[in-house]
Ligand binder design. Sequence first.
Ligand SMILES: [Zn+2]
Length: 271
Amino acid sequence: MKNTKITEAKEHDVLIISPHPDDAELFIGGTVKKLSKEGRNICIIDMTEGEMSTRGTVELRSEERENASKILGIQARYSLNLPDSSIYQNHILSNREQISRVVYAIRTIKPKIIIAPYFENRHPDHSATHNIIRDALFYANLQKFEFVGSLNNVTKHNVSTVLWYMCRMEFTPSFIVDVTDEYEDKKKAIYCYSSQVTSTSGTMNNLNTKTLVSSALSVPSIEARDGYFGSMVGVRYGEPLLVDAPAGISNVSTYLESQSWNSSYIYKNRN
Ligand SMILES: [Zn+2]
């Protein structure tokens, strides 16, 4: 699946936000695959093209991204072309123009569900992505929001469900998605990004340079993370998500019967 410009975006049910190509696969790939198996119409937005990556090139990452997208079973993948390592930092592109692009994307795609990175993160772009998405969600529904840049106005849109996913900083999740059946595909999608996650050597594309993501324990640490959260709900692998407000339940019996609290293997200290 080729990456598409945001100006050619269509409507989708679910919008996944990835600060750099590979974040969606690493941190929430199982849930994306599960939603796709459940028949949801999903798209991913890559906020940047990963042009500041130590390893690989934009062209190589683009090829890797196409292969990973096919495995996840999504319908489209769009580029927002924000400056890598300068999201919401005003060095290269004004913050107002950056947020205009995000508001445009939300209003054009009109998702019911948006899944984006949680605020606390190791990479500043991930925290900045959280902030710009949070602001854009408000402005996407503000009729008189004024666009800056070349994009035209689009009718306002309110996203009903907003979920935050975990990267490498732990939080106490609101709920955990069982991704056991999707885990092989998640790993296959991650390994599509061979320039980033494998310790391939070679002078071309700086593949000799060591990074956290390419270290031997990088993917196993994500697998351990997902195994740990899975054990809290009695399954092999789980991906943790956070919501801003407690979930409202309409049908209590159905909700309670679908839970796996009794088969937890790890219990949080009550303190
Ligand atoms: Zn990233």
